[in-house]
Design a protein around this ligand. Sequence first.
Ligand SMILES: Nc1ncnc2c1ncn2[C@@H]1O[C@H](COP(=O)(O)OP(=O)(O)OP(=O)(O)O)[C@@H](O)[C@H]1O
Ligand SMILES: [Mg+2]
Length: 418
Amino acid sequence: MSNLRIPTAAIFEPLLRPARYKAAWGGRGSGKSHFFAEAVLEHCIGNPGARVVAIREVQRSLAESAKRLIEDKARRQGVSGLFSFRRDRIGTPGGGAILFQGMQDHTAESIKSLEGVTIAWVEEAQSLSKRSLELLRPTIRAPGSELWFSWNPRRASDPVDALFRSGRPPPNAIVVRALYRDNPWFPEELERERRDDQKNNPSRYGHIWEGDYEPTVEGAIWTRAEIQQNRVASAPDLEKIVVAVDPAVSSGEGADETGIVVCGLGRDRRGYVLDDQSVRGAPDTWARRVVSAYDHWRADTIVAEKNQGGEMVRTTLEAVRRSLPVRLVHASRRKAERAQPVAALDGLGKISHVGDFPELEEQMMQMTAEGYEGPGSPDRVDARVHGFLHLFKNLTAPRPATAAPARRANLGAYQGEF
Ligand SMILES: Nc1ncnc2c1ncn2[C@@H]1O[C@H](COP(=O)(O)OP(=O)(O)OP(=O)(O)O)[C@@H](O)[C@H]1O
Ligand SMILES: [Mg+2]
């Protein structure tokens, strides 16, 4: 039996007894992930041969999964000898396993491989689609099996909220709301973040820290539903990839972030957001990031806004590597205006996020026709906009220069230098 002694925060104690459904929702840093990671270890030690799946809607890589957290917990609890850590799974006592998967990689057929699972833990369950929830619930059917959910709510209509918080939760469900102040191990670093949001980001504070639904910004040019609908788990064959950069003006504490977003154009003529490598830091920091994203994605071009630094942007990048295909663009109009044609493509379902990009999406939700309503500057959005203006410019403005002026005018906010 268990030789584990894990202290549990009082807020999660109701979840220690058996139940078909266990749900923990709330704000950032409330200890949800840590609690469930510990509960997984305890389950595996107490039930030899247990099969656990840690699942999320989209899992682009194992690095996004709870694997690392569970491994660290096992080491810290001194029980790592009972487990075997493989590349994509963790072997558990008695020949069981903890698997890490994305629901979007499953079909109605493949999901059957999970029928022997004793615990399914859905992390970041706010992103779970209706289809995934419908597939998962009847699949987890082993005697005494449980479904666990942890999430930070975004909309009341998200399937996990509709299931557990609509007033009619399924029978045998335990639902708790956890907040940072319920977490006895709430770290100082997060406390500083929280205070900063309280001061500088009051309109989103409730959502981030109190588990409130995401506030909708009036007149926002992107909607959460649209992004959700278009989201995919993997990109198709890509014709062109750009690393788009909105460089920070200043560096040091309190400096803006440099938006670094990798965008692709598929052979299907659709756009894909592939990666967000945005970073706060000195020019050599962001420049190295840009070059490493360029290498990683084998990108064709680096597109960078030059408004603030002019040729400095090129020099900074070329200090990292002498020869790079850098295109500097001058953004002549207001951010919001510049974003409109790209938002229109999103509205037509022509752009997909490959996986989740929480910080980028959060900025998108606060972009209105009047300007950006969030704190600071929407650097990630700017980079995304530059990326797709570049990719779709080539699509909509065919060479030679006899291109139809009307079509060009659509993208008139963009003046690239080539
Ligand atoms: N049981 C625990 N033992 C040690 N530290 C913990 C524990 N629970 C939480 N913490 C600390 O609190 C922090 C926040 O916890 P956790 O990441 O589990 O919160 P969360 O609710 O999943 O937050 P988020 O919404 O940001 O994912 C952790 O990074 C860790 O520092
Ligand atoms: Mg978490």
